[in-house]
Structure formats: C-alpha cells, structure tokens
Ligand binder design. Structure first.
Ligand SMILES: *[C@@H]1O[C@H](CO)[C@@H](O)[C@H](O)[C@H]1NC(C)=O
Ligand SMILES: *[C@@H]1O[C@H](CO)[C@@H](O)[C@H](O)[C@H]1NC(C)=O
Ligand SMILES: *[C@@H]1O[C@H](CO)[C@@H](O)[C@H](O)[C@H]1NC(C)=O
Ligand SMILES: *[C@@H]1O[C@H](CO)[C@@H](O)[C@H](O)[C@H]1NC(C)=O
Ligand SMILES: *[C@@H]1O[C@H](CO)[C@@H](O)[C@H](O)[C@H]1NC(C)=O
Ligand SMILES: *[C@@H]1O[C@H](CO)[C@@H](O)[C@H](O)[C@H]1NC(C)=O
Ligand SMILES: *[C@@H]1O[C@H](CO)[C@@H](O)[C@H](O)[C@H]1NC(C)=O
Ligand SMILES: *[C@@H]1O[C@H](CO)[C@@H](O)[C@H](O)[C@H]1NC(C)=O
Ligand SMILES: *[C@@H]1O[C@H](CO)[C@@H](O)[C@H](O)[C@H]1NC(C)=O
Ligand SMILES: *[C@@H]1O[C@H](CO)[C@@H](O)[C@H](O)[C@H]1NC(C)=O
Ligand SMILES: *[C@@H]1O[C@H](CO)[C@@H](O)[C@H](O)[C@H]1NC(C)=O
Ligand SMILES: *[C@@H]1O[C@H](CO)[C@@H](O)[C@H](O)[C@H]1NC(C)=O
Length: 731
C-alpha cells in the first residue's frame, strides 16, 4: 500500500518533470559555442507560471556566478542577453559574436533584475529572406543568426529550409513524374517565389536533386537547433501549388490557373496551377506532407506558414469561395495536427487592397474558426498597417512587423520613433488582438540598430528612450565603455537623421542610382533620403563592427554623391551646347567614383560579391557543372532576376566586384553611347541602349567569378585608410 503510494507520487513527479521541466541544454550549448571560457558561471532555473519572464541574480557563494530563472527557454535566453549586454557590455552581431570578450569572472548583478515580454510572439523572417539573404548559407552562418535570435528573445522564427525534399515526395506519391516535377521547381536563388506560387520552372537548368537533399539535411540541423534553443520553428505546409501536369493526371480535381505574378513573366513561368483546398486531394496531400515533415523534423511545432495569395489573386472574389478556400485549408491542417495554427503574411491586404476589400478579408479569415487559430503577420506595420482597417483582422491574432527593406538592397535607413511607439500604441489600442512583434525584411542587410530596437521594444512596456538606447547600443557595439565621444555623437546624429526617416516618399530602404540599369530618365528622385552624417575618423579601434560602420557610412555618402553626378550628366546631355568631350569628362568622374566605391567595399568581408558566390559554390563541391548552375542562379537573382531581365535590378547590391565588374561596365557602355550620340547628333533611344545592357547582363550572368584579372575571393586594403582616401576625394 505504502509502496504503491510512493510509486504514484514518483510517477506524478516524473510526469511533472517530463511535462513541464525546461531543458536548458540548448542554452548551455550556446554558452559553450560563444563563451567557452565562461561555461561554469551560468546557472539556469525555472520559474512557475506562464508567459515569458526572467530574473537575473548572483549565484550565492560563487564569485562571478550568475543565475537566470525563467518561465520559458526563450525568457532565459533573453535574460542571458540582458546580462551580457547590460552588465557585460558585449553582444553578438551579424558581423560576428563578441561574447567571448566578456570579463572573467563576470561582474556581479547586485539587486536582481527582472524582465518580461510584452507579447507572446517574437517573430523573425519573411519567406523571401530565404532567397535574398540566406539562400546559400551553410550551417555556420545559420548558427550565428540562430544564436542572435535566441538571445534577443525571438521565439517563433520561420523555418523553410528543406521544404522541397518533402514536397517532391508528395508529388511523386500522387504519380507525377520527375520530369513533370522538375518543370515546376525553381532554382535555389528563386525558391521562395516558387513556394509562394508566384513563379514556376527554373532557368539555367533544373533544380538539382543534390540541392534538394543537401538543404533537407541543413533544414534538420536548423530546426533541431531552433527547438533546442527554445524557439518554435514555424514550419511549412502543403499550399496547393502543383506542377502544371497535375491537372492532366487528375482531370476531375479542382485545379485552377493562378494569376500572373509580374507582367514580365510569361504564362510558362507564372500563373501556377493551384489545387483548390476544398478538393479531397488537397487534404490527402496535406496529410502526407505534414506526416512526412513530422517524421523528419520531430514534434517541434504546431505553427504553419501557408500563403496562397501572396502577390497572387484568388481565382474568384466570391465571398463563399474565399471562405471555402480557407476553411478547406485549415481543416486539412487540423485533420493531422489538432493544435495547428495557421500563419500567413498580410502583405496581400496592402499590395492588392483593391481586391481585398474588408468583406473579402473577413470572409477569407472567417473560414478559420476561432481567433487563436491564426497568426497574421501585419507585414508592413511601420508604414502601411492593415490591422487598423480590418478591425484587428476581425479578432485573429496578429504580429506587428517591420518590413524595412525590399530586395535586400543596401541603404542606411530606419524610423526608430515608429518602431518604438508604433507597436506600443497598437498594443494599447482598444480591442487589440496584436500578439507579437518582429521583422519581415525581404533581405537582412545592415541597419542592425533598427532590428535590435524592435526586438528590445518587445520586452519593454514603455517606448524606449531613443537617445539613451542608441548610446547604450553604440558603447556595446564597440566593446568599450571608453568609446570615443565622436563615435557616440555620430550615432546620435545618425539616430536623429538617417534612423528618423519619417518621409512618406521614402517608405523603406533606398538604393543608389549606381545600381540601376543606366538610362537618361526614370532614375532620379525615386528615393530622396540624404544622410547628413559626418563620418568620424578615429584610431580607437580594430573592432570589426566599427570598421563595418565606417564603411557603411562612407558607402552611403559615395552612393549619394553618385546621384549628384548623374543628375549633372543628364542636365549636360540634354543641353545642346555640350560637347562629346564634356560628357566623357563627366563620365570619367562617375566611373572613378564607382571604382573608389568598389575599392572601399573590397576592404570588408561583409561587402563582397564573392562571398555570395562562394556560399553558392560550396554546395557544389567538385562538381563543376553544378557549380556553374549555382553561380548563374546567384548572379541572376542580383542582376536580371529572370532569364530576360524580368525584374531587372530589384535585388541589387553595393558589393565589391558587383560594382566593379557589373555596374562600372554598364555605366561605361552607357556613357560611351551618350558620347557617340553627342558626336553623331542622333537622338537618345532607351530601347537601343537597354537591349545592349540586357545582352551584357545575360553574358555576365553566365560568367564564372575568378576568371577575370581582379576577381579574387578575399578582402583587400584597410577600411579606415581607404575610407579616409575616398572621403578626401568625394566627401
Ligand atoms: C471524372 O468524372 C467523370 C464524370 O463524373 C467520370 O466519368 C470519370 O471517370 C472521372 N475521371 C476520373 C479520372 O476520375
Ligand atoms: C490554364 O491555362 C492554360 C493555357 O491557357 C489552359 O490550357 C488550361 O486549360 C488552363 N487550366 C485550367 C485548369 O483552367
Ligand atoms: C494568367 O493570369 C492572369 C491574371 O493575373 C490572367 O489574366 C491570365 O488569363 C492568366 N493566363 C492564363 C493562360 O490563364
Ligand atoms: C506531439 O504533439 C501532440 C499534439 O499534436 C501532443 O499532444 C504531444 O504531447 C506531442 N508529443 C511530444 C512527445 O511532445
Ligand atoms: C458565390 O458562390 C456561391 C456558391 O458557389 C453561389 O451560391 C453564389 O451565388 C455566389 N455569389 C455571387 C455573388 O456570385
Ligand atoms: C491606419 O494607420 C495608418 C498609419 O498610421 C494610416 O495611414 C491609415 O490611414 C490608417 N487606416 C485607417 C483605416 O485608419
Ligand atoms: C474573435 O474576436 C472577435 C473580435 O474581437 C470576437 O467578436 C469573437 O467573438 C472572437 N471569437 C472567438 C471564438 O473568441
Ligand atoms: C541604458 O543602460 C543603462 C545602464 O545599463 C540602463 O539603466 C538604461 O535603462 C539603458 N537605457 C535603455 C533605453 O536601454
Ligand atoms: C524625428 O523626426 C520627428 C519629425 O520628423 C521629430 O519630431 C523628432 O524629434 C525626431 N526625433 C529625433 C530623435 O530627432
Ligand atoms: C527631387 O524631389 C525634390 C522633392 O520633391 C524636389 O524638390 C526636387 O526638385 C527633385 N529633383 C529633381 C531633379 O527631380
Ligand atoms: C590616437 O592617435 C593619436 C595620434 O596618433 C594618439 O595620440 C592617441 O593616443 C591615439 N589614441 C588611441 C586611443 O590609440
Ligand atoms: C528606338 O529603337 C527601337 C529598336 O531599334 C525602334 O524600334 C524604335 O522605333 C526606336 N524609337 C525611336 C523613337 O526612334
């Protein structure tokens, strides 16, 4: 009797541990990776209760010992982060981890410090970030970003990697041939838009199975790491997009042609076939997909990312139809996972607001019963919020998202006031169903300050004090409480100018004219933000972040200066008194500037075109035809974006090599053309020069990096020296 009671108690205690005990091994793993000499100093413990709360204090009896207690793993990671940044003055950056610079033994906390998340969800990624930023990343690069996310308290990151492996299995299972499937899949640099049903087929060759398998392996590593760090990966699901041949295999299935994405893509490459979710085959394929995914990735998440109309229009605007599509979709998820939550990007409601009237949105969302059943990413909250016109998405949970930039282009830009006040106002507004905050940048490029501010705001119920926040951030970025006052002042100037962009005409990161396909009109004043910051010269440092920032600012100044030169060129060209010589003199100046920019970019590993290429090539090993294929994908996305320049220059970058070997060459061709016209008296014809530049682009995309004289894979030159030289000329 006594024995069985004891046994029952033990079973009960065991149950409690199994069900509720947090497993801190993932956070210890992070400490092992980033602070190997500090492993003994940190202890973690569990707090009762729900939500995301932490308390940081000194460990009794251990000099330098720090104890962090929390209600969730994410809160413990966040607690560790607060200790490292506020007390240790070290941080982890996109440019690298400096956590190993933490003092030994760690400084005491004194009075315990506590914190709590103001929203249950902290989100990161856009489906297309997996194209513009991480397309070719290996696990080391991922590992750095995952630690960055975990420490900042992100708890629901998106996890697309490896999707195609399972999707292809599902297609095969229903009887599609490999050739039919291959006809649908897009190349490695373009998969996000294939996943969205925007595009289909691959240019430059079919998607290799080796890519699919390597990514599947990588995906398992990523999802495993996310789970270990206490983050719930948002996993994909079957969307309904199917290869074109599907309809002929299943003539009775409800398949419709989706809409055309971008007008320059022809029917063959867009208008993806869509199996309607109320068809029984949809639920069968969903079931197969989700089961396979669970077998591969484990029981790690109930949140599914699923977008059917991101930049695509539904087949019909009939309210019943829209309701049936979403209810069929959701039923297919719940049939497999009774706790399934559907996440979708809300971009369509902004971009295609004409179609998505409130009654249509309401019908579509009402197909999913309940409010905790969906998470809608209000994708562009900082400029074009939709939650306020949709009555908080009619009660569904939604996330305040910072879109920030398109195509991963590089400009110093941000709006700190909006990032700090916007989410707090939305959260406090009557009837708010806002449940999260996060970033949905198309590409993650520079401007780390604004990403930090938003994620830090998610743990502060009052808007952050910006000058104070920026000052703290600067000091830890340069690892030095004695950081030169010029640097602190510079960041204050940046935060009230570049990072206080409230100009409605510049609603996101801008790009430099130099990256555009040269033309006489249509380039200038598409963007208008002009940084006023005076770059600071100081010898304080070898800190990588400092060099990165000096380069970033110098890069922006050069880019802006190019715009002035361009405008002058256009004015001169249009004036009848200008000689060919005048044009070529001006042209030389523009080319010199671009070459100086290229030289500057070459000094830092974070600004190299060759890194993008090397990342792509690593997946090919010694297989040279595969390498050629991947390099074409990598080049084409940055330049022509499509076999014939369908979305020319959309994902342009100011990267060393790309500037020197692509933009310089294009502007040279363009300038030669103008000089010739001035000589011959013929008039400017944009079609003629555009065709030449397109031909150049096509030829350039199939080249291989490293064949040209100056084409190296490493950095060259010293940032501070080159920055000072080029600023003397152009500053
Ligand atoms: C499609 O439906 C028609 C009419 O209901 C039926 O005769 C035919 O057998 C079906 N075909 C398939 C492949 O199920
Ligand atoms: C999709 O469009 C193609 C080309 O116009 C057409 O042949 C096909 O029948 C359409 N499919 C459906 C299901 O409407
Ligand atoms: C492709 O989609 C567009 C709408 O975006 C539509 O007008 C066109 O008819 C579609 N093409 C085919 C062949 O279905
Ligand atoms: C797996 O998920 C189900 C719900 O789908 C849940 O009930 C179960 O406890 C989970 N199993 C484990 C081992 O976490
Ligand atoms: C919408 O579709 C439903 C079901 O097919 C139909 O009964 C209804 O008449 C349609 N409504 C309109 C406005 O076309
Ligand atoms: C929603 O908020 C934005 C930004 O403040 C504003 O421009 C827009 O007019 C608001 N829409 C509605 C319907 O209130
Ligand atoms: C969802 O939210 C809406 C708006 O607040 C509310 O009217 C509705 O009752 C909620 N639904 C459920 C199932 O709680
Ligand atoms: C800046 O750092 C100080 C010292 O750690 C802290 O008290 C203050 O709250 C921080 N300010 C902000 C806005 O984070
Ligand atoms: C940002 O700009 C707004 C208006 O443009 C201004 O009111 C505010 O003071 C600025 N903030 C800072 C920190 O300069
Ligand atoms: C650029 O836009 C600004 C602000 O609208 C305007 O004042 C300026 O004249 C424009 N410049 C050119 C060259 O179009
Ligand atoms: C910076 O350089 C100046 C002049 O060369 C020197 O006097 C000063 O000590 C240096 N400061 C630091 C922090 O190295
Ligand atoms: C420009 O060149 C294109 C292609 O050569 C030609 O079709 C077009 O007529 C020309 N336009 C003008 C205005 O001359």
């Amino acid at each position: 009797m006594k024995r069985s009671l004891l046994k029952a108690v033990l079973v009960f205690v065991g149950f409690l541990q199994v069900s509720f005990a947090l497993d801190f091994s993932g956070i210890h793993g992070l400490i092992q990776r980033r602070l190997p000499q500090h492993t003994e100093y940190f202890t973690f413990g569990q707090l009762p209760g729900s939500g995301d709360r932490y308390i940081i204090g000194d460990t009794e009896g251990i000099t330098g010992g720090i104890t962090i207690s929390c209600t969730s793993l994410s809160a413990c990671s966040r607690g560790l982060y607060v200790y490292l940044t506020d007390f240790g003055n070290v941080d982890i950056w996109w440019t690298g981890s400096r956590l190993d610079q933490l003092e030994l033994p760690p400084l005491p906390v004194g009075t315990p410090v506590s914190g709590e998340a103001i929203v249950p969800f902290r989100y990161h990624f856009n489906t297309v970030t997996f194209g513009y930023t991480t397309a070719f990343w290996d696990f080391d690069k991922w590992s750095l970003l995952l630690d960055w996310l975990a420490l900042r308290g992100v708890n629901i990151p998106l996890a697309w990697i490896g999707y195609e492996h399972i999707l292809i299995e599902v297609y095969r299972e229903v009887g599609l041939s490999d050739a039919e499937i291959a006809d649908f899949m897009s190349g490695p640099a373009f998969l996000p838009w294939n996943r969205f049903g925007n595009i289909q087929t691959s240019w430059g060759g079919d998607l290799p199975m080796q890519w699919v398998e390597d990514q599947f392996f990588l995906g398992k590593q990523i999802v495993g790491r996310m789970a270990e760090l206490g983050m719930t990966p948002v996993l994909p699901a079957f969307t309904g997009f199917v290869p074109r041949a599907f309809a002929s295999h299943f003539p009775n299935a409800s398949v419709v042609n989706g809409s055309q994405w971008i007008p320059t893509f022809d029917f063959k490459r867009t208008n993806d076939s869509f199996l309607e979710p109320f068809d029984l085959m949809f639920s069968a394929m969903q079931k197969s997909f989700l089961q396979k995914q669970k077998d591969a990735f484990g029981n790690v998440s109930h949140i599914y990312t699923l977008d059917q109309y991101n930049e695509n229009l539904p087949f019909s605007g009939n309210l019943t139809y829209l309701h049936d599509v979403s209810s069929g979709t959701f039923a297919s998820l719940r049939a497999v996972d009774p706790q399934a939550v559907w996440m979708m990007q809300g971009w369509l409601f902004f971009l295609q607001a004409d179609f998505w009237t409130n009654d249509r949105i309401e019908s579509y969302l009402s197909g999913v019963e309940g409010n905790d059943t969906m998470i809608i990413l209000d994708l562009y909250s900082e400029n074009q919020p939709q939650w306020n016109r949709t009555n908080n998405y009619f009660g569904k949970q939604w996330v305040w998202c910072h879109l920030h930039g398109l195509g991963g282009t590089m400009g110093l830009e941000g709006n700190l006031e909006e990032l700090t006040n916007g989410p707090i106002d939305a959260l406090r507004s009557p009837g708010s169903s806002m449940k999260g905050m996060g970033s949905t940048m198309e590409g993650q490029e520079g401007n780390e300050l604004v990403y930090d501010a938003l994620l830090d705001q998610a743990w502060s119920s009052e808007p952050l004090d910006i000058p104070d926040y920026v000052d703290n951030w600067t000091v830890r970025r340069y690892l030095d409480r004695e950081v030169p006052s010029a640097a602190r002042e510079a960041w204050q100037i940046l935060s009230s100018t570049v990072y206080n962009n409230t100009d409605p005409d510049v609603p996101a990161v801008m790009k430099g004219i130099l990256e555009f396909r040269p033309a006489l009109t249509g380039l200038y004043n598409l963007t208008s933000l002009i940084p006023t910051m005076i770059p600071y010269h100081t010898n304080s440092t070898l800190i990588p972040e400092y060099r990165y920032d000096v380069l970033s600012v110098a890069r922006q100044l050069l880019s802006n200066r190019f715009n002035d030169l361009y405008l002058d060129l256009v004015t001169q060209f249009n004036s009848s008194s200008t000689s060919p010589k005048d044009i070529s003199t001006r042209g030389s100046r523009m080319i010199n500037l671009l070459k100086d920019l290229d030289r500057l970019l070459y000094t830092n590993e974070n600004f190299l075109f060759s890194t993008w290429i090397a990342d792509a090539l690593q997946w090919a090993g010694s297989n040279s035809s595969y390498a050629t294929y991947l390099e074409y994908n990598a080049r084409n996305q940055l330049t022509l974006w499509g076999p014939d320049g369908e979305i020319n220059d959309y994902a342009s970058k100011q990267w060393a090599g790309l500037v020197g070997e692509y933009y310089v060459k294009r502007w040279e061709m363009f300038l030669d053309y103008l000089v010739d016209l001035k000589g011959s008296g013929e008039s400017y014809n944009d079609t003629v020069i555009a065709q030449q530049l397109l031909d150049f682009g096509k030829a350039w995309d199939v080249e291989r990096w490293g064949n040209g004289e100056d084409e190296t894979f490493g950095t060259r030159g010293d940032t501070l020296q080159v920055a000072s030289e080029v600023l003397n000329i152009w500053g």
